[in-house]
Design a protein around this ligand. Structure first.
Ligand code: 0WD
Ligand code: CA
Length: 425
C-alpha cells in the first residue's frame, strides 16, 4: 500500500492555508458572462447572472509552491459497483465487459498497426455523454446509496462530489500542466456537486485537425489491450478480432479526500485472472503504451510527464499497477514492463524539478473546497463553469438554463421522486 494513503498516522490532513484569493476587480468579471471573452468559451445563450458582489472576484492559484504541504488524507478507495458499455455503447449494470490480463512475453513484438484499416470500430466522439452513464448507475443502485439519515439535511446521496475519474486526473496534474487547459461544469443538486467536463475550443480544434498518423497512433493503445486481454478467465487474447472502442468496463469507487466525500467512475482495462487475486480495485491492471526509451533525455521526459499522468490516473481509484508496452516508431511493442503505482514516487526521486504527489493531491483538495464555496445554489439547471488555462488562475462564471446544463431530466425527476418517497411514512 502506498505509504501516503490514510491509516498512516503521519499523513493526517493539515488544515490548508487557503490558496484562493479574493481581490478587487472592477468588472467582477468572473461572476458573470461575457465580461471578458475567453478564447475557449462558446457563445453563451443564457443571460448573465448578476454578480452577488460586483466588486469582488475569486480565483484559485495553481502555483506549485502553494501546495507543498503534508499529504492530505486520501482514504483507500472502495469499489461500490461497476457497469459495462457494450459494442453499441449500451449501459449494463454489471461486469459483462470486464477483461482478464494475460501476461505477455517481455519482448513480444506485437504489431499495433494490425487491423487499423479493416478491424476497427471507433466510438463516435461527437456524442457527448457527459455524466450520463454514472447517473444511470446511480439510479440503478440508489437503494444502496441513499442517505441513511434523512434528517433536516436535503442530501439524497452521501457524497459531496460525483464525477469521472478522468476529470479528477486532470485536476491532479494541473499544477504541472503547461499545454492544455480545461473547463469543468459543476451543478449542485440535493447537496451533491456533480462535475462534468466541457470540451475546450482548443481541444475541439485539436481533434478536428488530427493527422492520419495521429489517428492511427490512437488505435495502437486499444490494439495493445487486445493483445494482452482475454474475455474469460480461461481463454486467450484474440489478436484477430475487431477492436471496438465503444466497449468499456467501468468501476465505481467511493473514497474521501480530506473532508470531500467522493464517488467517481473510471474505465478499467482488465483484472488479474488469478482467482486468489485481491478484491477490486486491487486486482485491476491499467494498460499503457509509450515510445521506447533510448536516451537519458527520453527517460527523464518519461519520468517527468508520462509517469505523472499514469500515477494520477491509477492512484485515484486504487489500481495498483500499470503494464506498459514500449513501442518503436513502426508501432511494434518491443518491451513490456510493469510499474507498481506505489513505486513511482521512488522512481522519480532522482529527477530535478520533478512533480510531487502531495502537490497534485493538495491542489485537487483545494479546488474541491473552492467549488464547495462557490457553487452554493442547489439547482440542477444552474452551472458554475470553472475554467483554467496554463499559467493562469482558475476562474469561474455562472450559467442558468444554458447549453452547459448537464443533469438530465430523467435523472433529476427520478432522484426527486425517490427522495420524497423515502420520506413518506
Ligand atoms: O465524452 C467525453 N468527453 C468523456 C467521456 C470524457 C471523459 C470520460 N468519458 C467516458 C468515456 O466514454 C469512457 O467510457 O468515460 C469513460 C472513461 O472514463 P475515465 O476512466 O474517467 O477516463 P480516463 O481516465 O481519461 O480514461 C481511461 C480510459 C482511456 O485509457 P487510457 O489508457 O488512454 O488513459 O478510457 C478511455 C481510454 O481507453 N477513454 C475514452 N474512451 C472513449 N471516449 C474516452 C472517451 N472520450 N476518454 C478516455
Ligand atoms: Ca489504458
Amino acid at each position: 500500500m502506498d505509504p501516503a494513503r490514510s491509516h498512516n498516522p503521519n499523513s493526517s490532513y493539515q488544515n490548508p492555508q487557503s490558496a484562493y484569493r479574493r481581490h478587487r476587480d472592477a468588472g467582477g468579471r468572473n461572476h458573470s458572462e461575457n465580461k471578458r471573452s475567453r478564447p475557449n468559451h462558446h457563445q453563451y445563450q443564457s443571460g448573465p447572472t448578476p454578480p452577488q458582489n460586483p466588486r469582488s472576484s475569486q480565483e484559485l492559484s495553481t502555483r506549485r509552491e502553494l501546495y507543498e504541504r503534508d499529504f492530505p488524507v486520501y482514504k483507500q478507495p472502495v469499489e461500490v459497483g461497476c457497469f459495462s458499455l457494450d459494442s453499441e455503447r449500451r449501459f449494463f449494470n454489471d461486469s459483462r465487459r470486464m477483461k482478464y490480463y494475460v501476461e505477455p512475453d517481455r519482448n513480444p513484438n506485437f504489431d499495433l498497426k494490425d487491423g487499423y484499416k479493416d478491424r476497427y470500430i471507433r466510438r463516435d466522439e461527437s456524442e457527448k455523454e457527459k455524466l450520463d452513464h454514472i447517473l444511470r448507475w446511480i439510479l440503478a443502485n440508489k437503494s444502496k446509496l441513499s442517505s441513511k439519515v434523512t434528517t433536516a439535511s436535503s442530501c439524497a446521496l452521501d457524497f459531496d462530489f460525483v464525477t469521472w475519474r478522468g476529470h479528477l486526473t486532470k485536476l491532479l496534474t494541473t499544477p504541472y500542466e503547461t499545454r492544455e487547459g480545461w473547463l469543468l461544469a459543476v451543478s449542485r443538486f440535493r447537496g451533491t456537486l456533480y462535475i462534468s467536463e466541457v470540451e475546450t475550443e482548443a481541444a475541439r480544434r485539436e481533434q478536428e485537425s488530427r493527422t492520419e498518423r495521429h489517428k492511427e497512433m490512437m488505435y495502437w493503445g486499444y490494439k495493445f489491450e487486445q493483445y494482452t486481454c482475454a474475455d474469460d478467465v480461461h481463454s486467450s487474447p484474440d489478436p484477430g478480432g475487431v477492436v471496438n472502442t465503444n466497449e468499456a468496463f467501468c468501476t465505481v469507487v467511493q473514497t474521501r479526500l480530506a473532508d470531500h466525500r467522493l464517488l467517481f467512475s473510471g474505465e478499467v482495462d482488465c483484472r488479474d485472472k488469478d482467482p486468489n487475486a485481491p478484491a477490486p480495485p486491487a486486482c485491476y491492471v491499467e494498460l499503457k503504451t509509450s515510445a521506447e526509451i533510448c536516451t537519458p533525455k527520453q527517460r527523464s521526459n518519461f519520468h517527468r510527464f508520462k509517469l505523472l499522468k499514469w500515477w494520477a490516473q491509477s492512484f485515484l481509484p486504487g489500481v495498483p499497477r500499470v503494464v506498459a508496452g514500449f513501442k518503436d516508431e513502426e508501432g511494434v511493442v518491443v518491451t513490456v514492463d510493469t510499474f507498481p503505482i506505489s513505486k513511482i514516487s521512488q522512481l522519480i526521486k532522482n529527477e530535478q524539478n520533478c512533480w510531487k504527489p502531495t502537490v497534485c493531491m493538495n491542489f485537487c483538495c483545494d479546488f474541491l473546497s473552492f467549488v464547495k464555496q462557490i457553487a452554493t445554489e442547489d439547482n440542477p439547471s444552474v452551472v458554475y463553469l470553472f475554467s483554467w488555462e496554463p499559467r493562469r488562475d482558475v476562474t469561474f462564471s455562472i450559467h442558468r438554463d444554458s447549453q452547459y446544463s448537464f443533469l438530465p431530466h430523467w435523472f433529476v425527476e427520478e432522484m426527486t421522486s425517490s427522495h420524497d418517497s423515502h420520506r413518506q411514512p
